[in-house]
Design a protein around this ligand. Sequence first.
Ligand code: GLA
Length: 384
Amino acid sequence: MNVEQSARLAFSNHFGRDADFVVKAPGRVNLIGEHTDYNDGFVLPCAIEYATYIAVSPRTDDVVNVLALDCDNQTDNFLVNKPLNSHSTQTWSNYVRGVVDELQKRNHKLSGCDICITGNVPQGAGLSSSAALEVGIAYAFNHLCELFIERKDIAKIAQAAENNFVGCNCGIMDQLISACGQQGQALGIDCRSLDLIEVSIDPKMTILMVNSNVKRGLLDSEYNLRREQCYAGAEALSKPSLREVSIGEYESKKHTLDPSVAKRVEHIVYENVRTLEAMQAFTNNDIAKLSTLMAQSHASMRDLFEITTSQIDTLVNIIAKVINEHGGVRMTGGGFGGCVVAFVPNFLVDNVISAIETQYEQQTGLKETIYTSVPSAGVSLIRA
Ligand code: GLA
């Protein structure tokens, strides 16, 4: 049975009737451009085959009943047109409530429904299972209540839910790629204008995601701190955002900045340029250039933005030694654990996997989990 079928079956068992439709919202992997999104900069993610599936049927009243299969079959229920409080114990339900809260704030007319959520995006791995859930819920209500919200606005609503209700001050990248992803393409995103640039991925290359299985304890607090430091840097340089700071400007003024802020600013300023260069390199299939850019990105996250861990650095080194200039590897996502992403020629995939399997656990005491994916489409509807 596939994941969609499991969602439908659990829905029928729990609610005693069939689901009308299922929404599929993908997770994402970011190829390059880390922590640049909330600095109005550039990112280059793609949606992945792993997704959250949400089975839905309308109700005739205002009640929303939610069943979360992957959270021990926990349930939540609330009234769709009444002000919502966050749930004190079930963190997962705040992603659902948060989206409904944002839809309410925008005065959308909402109606009740029964919902069953499941999926195969690994949780806590930095592959955006939470963004997939938020985007999926927004898309489900969009369809159910005929709201006609555009995909980019679905992403903004999902991001607002995470910022305002869940309390993580994330940027727009994860929600935007889950909403707007394209089959076979990564998307270059200008996070100031939200313009999207399609970047084809060569089918002779494999996107490998390797979960370090480092537990990501401090993610939210450290993430929000990085964001504050970036904003402090922009203010000190009298710019609306770090996007507006060129390498030349940074280099001539860095001595005026607080040293720890300067490191954060340096990462963002150079990472934006690397991301633009990477879009060109993917387009030209210039793998040697990508290899260098991804290595520089990782070193910058390690030494300047200080968001990697020793286990992640070990994993990156193991993979880099196998692929050399034939591919690229770096940590992906918010940091402090989670996954590394490797862009590997198909003929080297087996060698990379066996190097990880023989060395990573031995060097770190942690066992990895390996995933591959082709770039996938954004959120979509599957009817019965
Ligand atoms: C998390 C956030 C994104 C982005 C990345 C880092 O995934 O949700 O908005 O900032 O971290 O690039």
